[in-house]
Design a protein around this ligand. Structure first.
Ligand code: NAD
Ligand code: TYD
Length: 366
């Protein structure tokens, strides 16, 4: 039976996946989900958040079906007020510090937002969702968005399933693992209706150019070095962001309360092979010389504790809820490159902000 979701609080809705999720749910993506309710986007607008990414949504739905609330998920009074103001019945919790390299350079923000922030959200939900008898309502939902990185690193074979023991290795993945445990604890202890999903690496429009794919695309366009960590043979499982969001929506509507679901692309690539495929696409679409771009590849010092391989087994989600990926890697990379080629303004905005200063301070020119 489908859940009835009417006032959805999206945390982190101004970040990469959140922006795409809001666009998807309000019918601006390539698929048209059946959602008639409201979306309340709560975002602190850190370096990774950009409200301008939702200008067209604000224009079409602002004040009727779309509302933006700037604030921190760790601010109890603020989150509580948002719950009351909009009669929130659903939370989909994307807000996080999300970049592994940053977590290595400065873990504190990760603990504050990912651990304490998630705790605050859970606690507000627990209090806001009590019925007149003091019992926690079961017609509401707290959907927590997590990552495959909580499972650690794989060798050459094997996959992460929903029962793989947690083994996080970076401050980022450790903070996400802690938040996952808190979410599960709120189910077991307080009967809060939660669902958890753990996804593999996403890519697509609006992704911050500190992550592999957009960083490489922009550096290719700007003739800058393409920094490959270590031997370039680390493996990631890539999923187009719209496919992630259709999975999240499927789970929110039909997933079993208290369960966790893995979401993946079933699309493993060594970083260096992915980079070479991307070079071909960027050369074709931009008219740049393929060999000239290839000459920009620069092997750099490895990331400390760099996980070797991630690979998701998402058969539970496929079998139980009938979800599947719809965008091939070639198609998704093509769409992504097209988007970065035609959205210079968005990119310049980011390049002129706090993000770029941080990158230059920590990495030199990038
Ligand atoms: P992102 O870094 O692009 O965006 C994060 C958003 O959260 C930003 O808009 C930021 O302003 C907001 N935010 C940060 N701290 C906040 C706070 N304290 N209060 C309110 N808002 C805050 O991240 P993303 O790539 O869109 O990832 C979204 C979620 O998906 C995260 O929970 C991440 O762990 C998870 N995830 C991401 C990937 C991926 O490949 N990007 C894969 C699996 C899971
Ligand atoms: P990233 O996009 O940071 O995602 P995650 O670390 O969460 O998987 O990195 C993806 C892979 O690309 C990872 O193996 C690290 C590697 N990488 C580089 O080789 N060079 C880079 O400049 C970046 C940002 C990542």
């Amino acid at each position: 039976m489908k859940r009835k979701l009417t006032n959805i609080l999206v945390t982190g809705g101004a970040g990469f996946i959140g922006v795409n999720f809001i666009r998807f749910l309000l019918g601006e993506g390539s698929s048209k989900p059946d959602y008639k309710g409201r979306i309340i986007n709560l975002d602190a607008l850190t370096y990774a958040g950009n409200a301008a990414s939702l200008n067209s949504i604000e224009k079409s739905f602002g004040g009727t079906r779309y509302f933006f609330e700037k604030g921190d998920i760790g601010d109890h009074a603020f989150v509580e007020a948002v719950f009351q103001k909009y009669s929130i019945d659903t939370v989909v919790h994307f807000a996080a510090e999300s970049h592994v390299d940053r977590s290595i350079l400065g873990p504190e923000a990760f603990i504050k937002t990912n651990v304490l922030g998630t705790f605050t959200l859970l606690d507000v939900a627990r209090n806001a969702w009590k019925d007149s008898a003091g019992q926690i309502r079961q017609d509401v939902l707290f959907h927590h968005i997590s990552t495959d990185e909580v499972y650690g690193s794989l060798g050459e074979t094997g996959y992460f399933t929903e029962t793989t023991p947690y083994d996080p290795r970076s401050p980022y993945s450790a903070s996400k693992a802690a938040s996952d445990h808190l979410v599960m604890a709120y189910r077991h202890t307080y009967n809060l209706p939660i669902i958890l999903s753990n996804c593999s690496n996403n890519y697509g429009p609006y992704q911050f150019p500190e992550k592999l794919i957009p960083l490489m695309v922009l550096n290719m366009l700007e003739d800058k070095p393409l920094p490959v960590y270590g031997d370039g043979k680390n493996i990631r499982d890539w999923l187009y962001v719209e496919d992630h969001n259709s999975a999240v929506w499927t789970i929110m509507q039909n997933g079993k309360t208290g369960e966790k679901y893995n979401i993946g692309g079933e699309n493993e690539w060594e970083n260096i092979k992915l980079l070479n495929a991307l070079i071909e696409i960027v050369a074709k679409k931009s008219g740049k010389d393929v060999e000239k771009i290839r000459s920009l590849i620069t092997y750099v010092k490895d990331r400390p504790g760099h996980d070797r391989r991630y690979a998701i087994d998402c058969s539970k989600l496929k079998k139980e809820l009938g979800w599947k990926q719809t965008v091939s890697f070639e198609e998704g990379l093509g769409r992504t490159v097209d988007w970065y080629l035609s959205n210079r303004e968005w990119i310049n905005d980011i390049r002129s902000g706090e993000y770029q200063h941080w990158v230059e301070k920590n990495y030199g020119v990038r």
